[in-house]
Design a protein around this ligand. Structure first.
Ligand SMILES: Cc1ncc(COP(=O)(O)O)c(C=O)c1O
Length: 399
């Protein structure tokens, strides 16, 4: 307040770009569910995409020990050399293509690789093709950077795998970036090796970059994981995103990485210097243990997700008006609810408020998600059964 006694609040003069920035509905639904719980309601949470398991004990202990040993200072912006080297070896082994430490940038989680890719490559007016339904952050960043968002519909008839011919029809002279995500959030679809080769053929020798979001690569129930970076001629045009949040139940540790050509990696490193300085150092030490240590926790989690998937799909397919494909990876099921005659949003709201089950409308993942719901199976079998009992009896009563 000035000496003249001005009491009006200053106008918030936001930069125009903020108008285009979207969000993730999952966190909004979680907040609404929590508000209902505060009123005494019992809610089963199937809205948030994070493993219900604890971080493996060997990894957690290594992180705690690292703090005690003084790993509490800055690291190089692009990550500790030992972690970058460990990641390079892991990527070379799992993607079947030679990868070196200077192609790896360690970042705090999965999202920074998406953000930095867009910031480093996409200009106003550039076209970005991305899966729809799909992880909402891709579309959000198109809005933020005033790029033209070009959604590529994923269709149930194709098991929600993108159609390379349809992709070819969307590529134009303005296309700068194509986003792929396999295993896929929210549908659980997995690209087959031939799909990935066909996508590469559709891109041809055009100077288009691919962001290959492979954050669920370890959570695969059937088939094999194929990365665009392993297709001949595509490595230089691929930014491969992976991380520890989902595979190692480390969402809160904030640890992920991008793999890309070294000249682009230097710009990612510069973005890190500007935004984060570095990823937390003890988290990085824990990451080395995650990759090098015992992998039985990852196998156990994956096995449990598969058991839950089988049960949930089987039960959903017995509910009138619902039907569900069998997801091949990640930890979501994406049932069609078209035959109920309800919109996704109205049905998700009714299930939250009247049945005590929090899930997401398919439209939280884009317009082609209409007619579907996303249920996260990152919850105990007991809670999943409870949620399905509730949905079943609500449907019997209300539809
Ligand atoms: C497809 C996809 N990519 C990236 C992320 C981001 O992961 P993180 O929480 O590590 O930033 C998520 C998280 O839900 C995701 O589903």
């Amino acid at each position: 307040m000035s000496s003249q006694g001005l009491t009006t609040q200053a106008e918030l003069r936001l930069a125009k770009r903020m108008a285009g920035l979207g969000t993730e509905t999952a966190f909004e639904v979680l907040a609404r569910a929590r508000a209902l719980e505060a009123q005494g309601k019992d809610i089963v949470h199937l809205e948030i995409g994070e493993p219900d398991f604890d971080t493996p004990a060997n990894v957690a202990e290594t992180g705690i020990d690292a703090i005690r040993k003084g790993w509490t200072h800055y690291t190089p912006a692009s990550g500790l050399p030992a972690l970058r080297q460990t990641i390079a070896e892991e990527v070379s082994r799992t993607r079947g293509v030679q990868c070196s430490a200077d192609e790896v940038v360690v970042v705090p989680g999965g999202k920074p690789t998406i953000f930095f890719t867009f910031m480093a490559l996409v200009e106003e007016g550039d076209e970005v093709i991305y899966p729809n339904p799909g992880f909402p952050i891709y579309e959000s960043l198109c809005g933020f950077l005033r790029a033209r968002a070009v959604p590529l519909p994923l269709r149930e008839e194709k098991d929600f795998r993108l159609d390379p011919n349809e992709l070819a029809g969307l590529i134009s002279d303005r296309t700068k970036l194509i986003v792929l995500n396999s295993p896929h959030n929210p549908t659980g679809s997995v690209l087959e090796p031939q799909d990935v080769r066909d996508i590469a053929a559709a891109i041809g020798d055009r100077d288009i970059m691919v962001l290959s979001d492979e954050i669920y690569s370890r959570l695969l129930f059937e088939g094999v994981h194929t990365s665009m970076m392993s297709i001949e001629g595509m490595k230089d045009r691929t930014i491969m995103l992976d991380g520890f949040s989902k595979s190692y139940a480390m969402t809160g540790w904030r640890l992920g990485y991008g793999v890309m050509r070294p000249d682009l990696a230097q710009y990612f490193s510069r973005l890190m210097t500007n935004v984060n300085s570095c990823t937390a150092s003890f988290t990085q030490i824990a990451g080395i243990e995650a990759l090098r240590g015992d992998q039985s926790s990852v196998d156990h989690m994956c096995h449990q997700f598969k058991r839950r998937r089988d049960r949930v799909v089987e039960r959903i397919n017995r509910i009138t008006g619902f039907h569900c494909r069998v997801p091949k990876g990640a930890f979501y099921v994406f049932p069609s609810i078209r035959e109920t005659g309800w919109s996704s949003k109205n049905l998700a709201d009714a299930l939250l408020e009247q049945a005590g089950v929090a899930c997401l409308a398919g439209t939280a993942f884009g317009k082609y998600g209409e007619g579907y719901l996303r249920l996260s199976i990152a919850n105990s079998m007991e809670n999943l059964d409870k949620a399905l009992d509730r949905i079943e009896s609500w449907v019997k009563k209300s539809l």
